[in-house]
Design a protein around this ligand. Structure first.
Ligand code: CP
Ligand code: NVA
Length: 332
């Protein structure tokens, strides 16, 4: 037996290596499992009950862009699962000194059990995953932010989609309407994939020139039971919505366009008029960080319909379920 051929520390009987690079990588059935598991994991966290399913496992986190929530949620989450964490950035690793991503993947995945990457182009994370012996998770790329939408949907289900026993009922999502106001960015692309995977209606209102690139977001499987419609008027897009959500006008990596974007997006600020046009029990979400007075008015994000703090916290609970699933498979 060639000891160097044994993949890292993954034990015998571990599930085959799978990556989570975009929302479309998992099926509706897998999401249903993850939501239910995240609810259990959250319950245990809230009652100070140990949940050490990843003892001796190591998560490598690679950040090529800034982060608060993703860093804290993955790091705290992995420790709570009994594992440990290595934190790398472009500035303090050889990644910033042009070591090929393929070589970095081969080395990092021999010493750790799972990798989370926040970077620029999706192709970069794909190249890393193609050379990794262990699962790779997308912690945000220019194109996608799947962990955030996982948390957003879990938050929506917690608030609106539970059965008579208080259990998460993912069938709630079918046929519901989510409205995206703002940039056709990594978050919007991921919402589109989520609508296709889980069968809800997505409305997107962007200024002209900042539309979602359907070639990036729509997979060959199409929209499935979901639907996708564009609106030039954000107020119209919000009419009758179950969830209104937005994001910064300028994403990380696009700062040079800041001034042009400020002008183009001026009418794409979620305000109380838009929220009033939606369903009476509509919720507001924002992945954060937010700029009050730009993409959202303070009275909306700090108002009663906003669930942004639950949304941020839920990053940690869903990602614990995700890491556990990628390393151990389904747990009963
Ligand atoms: N929402 C989100 O991913 O936040 P950070 O950029 O702080 O990680
Ligand atoms: N669209 C934003 C999300 C930040 C969490 C960005 O990419 O900067």
């Amino acid at each position: 037996m060639n000891i160097n051929a044994i993949p890292s520390t993954l034990p015998q009987g571990a599930p085959p290596v799978r990556h989570y690079l975009q929302f479309a990588d998992f099926t509706a059935d897998e999401y249903h499992y993850l939501f239910t598991r995240a609810a259990l994991i959250k319950q245990k966290f809230k009652t100070f009950t140990k949940h050490h399913t990843l003892v001796d496992r190591t998560l490598a986190m690679i950040f090529e862009k800034a982060s608060t929530r993703t860093r804290v949620s993955f790091e705290a989450g992995m420790y709570q699962l009994g594992g440990s964490v290595v934190h790398l950035t472009t500035g303090d690793s050889q990644l910033g000194r042009s070591e090929p991503i393929e070589d970095s993947a081969k080395v990092i995945s021999r010493m750790t059990d799972i990798v989370m990457i926040r970077t620029f182009e999706q192709t970069k994370i794909e190249r890393f995953a193609a050379n990794s012996r262990v699962p790779v998770i997308n912690g945000l790329t220019n194109e996608f932010h799947p962990c955030q939408i996982l948390a957003d949907l879990f938050t929506l289900l917690e608030h609106r989609g539970t059965d008579a026993n208080g259990q998460i009922d993912p069938s709630y999502l079918r046929g519901k309407t989510v409205t995206w106001v703002g940039d056709g960015n990594n978050m919007a692309n991921t919402w589109l994939q989520a609508a296709a995977t889980l069968g809800f209606h997505l409305r997107v209102s962007t200024p002209s020139g900042y539309e979602v690139d359907e070639k990036v977001a729509v997979t060959p499987r199409g929209m499935g039971a979901g639907s996708y419609k564009t609106y030039s008027n954000p107020l119209e897009a919000c009419a009758g919505a179950d969830l209104v959500t937005t994001d910064v006008w300028t994403s990380m990596g696009y700062e040079a366009e800041n001034e042009a974007r400020r002008k183009a997006f001026a009418a794409w600020c979620v305000d109380s008029k838009m929220m009033a046009a939606a369903k009476p029990d509509v919720l507001f979400m924002h992945c954060l960080p937010a700029h009050r007075g730009e993409e959202v008015e303070a009275d909306v994000i700090d108002g009663p319909q906003s669930v942004v703090w639950d949304e941020a916290e839920n990053r940690m609970h869903v990602q614990k379920a995700l890491m556990e699933y990628l390393l151990l498979g389904r747990q009963s």
